[in-house]
Design a protein around this ligand. Structure first.
Ligand SMILES: [Zn+2]
Ligand SMILES: [Zn+2]
Length: 181
């Protein structure tokens, strides 16, 4: 086990949340490499691993106080339609560790029998999905405001994948838009 005191963590005081989260993650990655420790373990040990998220308009927010699984990119046609994108990136969170605010601001859609997709009534952000009788929710990771200590695990339902997205593609990457804005 790596002790928290071992890490000279950058202080969050006086910094914006986004800047801090970015520094926290970069710092943690460096520490994990230095100690050859799993990143997940380092993030938890630093004590700054509160995971938060929100919808686009901010009416719905959440905190995660438990573990979160690794990341799956789902290409199924219902995820594509619900998210309006080539695939959705998701991870599992125990329901006990999911603190939701603005529950009355959510609408739900039963996309397959017993599976409900919850989204903001105002802005349409997909926040999570839940299957009846399951003790976990499937978080929609695009709604996150903070880093998560998860690795990418898999692409699923690639049989539904669109022909205009190349899973092995090597397109140019830009920090901002193609025109720099
Ligand atoms: Zn919203
Ligand atoms: Zn899916």
């Amino acid at each position: 086990m790596v002790e928290a005191a071992t890490f000279p963590l950058v202080t969050p005081l006086g910094r914006s949340k986004a800047t801090f989260n970015c520094e926290w993650l970069r710092h943690s990655v460096a520490i994990a490499r230095h100690f050859a420790a799993p990143l997940n373990q380092v993030l938890c040990a630093t004590g700054y691993s509160m995971i938060e998220g929100s919808c686009l308009c901010g009416n719905v927010t959440y905190k995660i106080t438990s573990k979160i699984s690794d990341v799956v990119h789902c290409h199924c046609v219902t995820c594509r339609k619900a998210h309006g994108s080539a695939f959705s990136s998701v991870a599992s969170v125990p329901i006990d560790g999911f603190e939701l605010k603005g529950r009355d601001q959510l609408n739900r859609y039963e996309s397959s029998s017993g599976k409900h997709r919850f989204f903001c009534k105002t802005c349409g952000t997909q926040v999570y999905a839940k299957r009846d009788k399951k003790s976990n929710i499937i978080l929609r990771l695009g709604s996150l405001d903070t880093p998560i200590p998860s690795d990418e695990l898999a692409h699923t339902w690639v049989s539904h994948s669109v022909e205009w997205f190349d899973i092995d593609g090597d397109l140019p990457k830009y920090d901002k838009g193609m025109r720099g804005t």
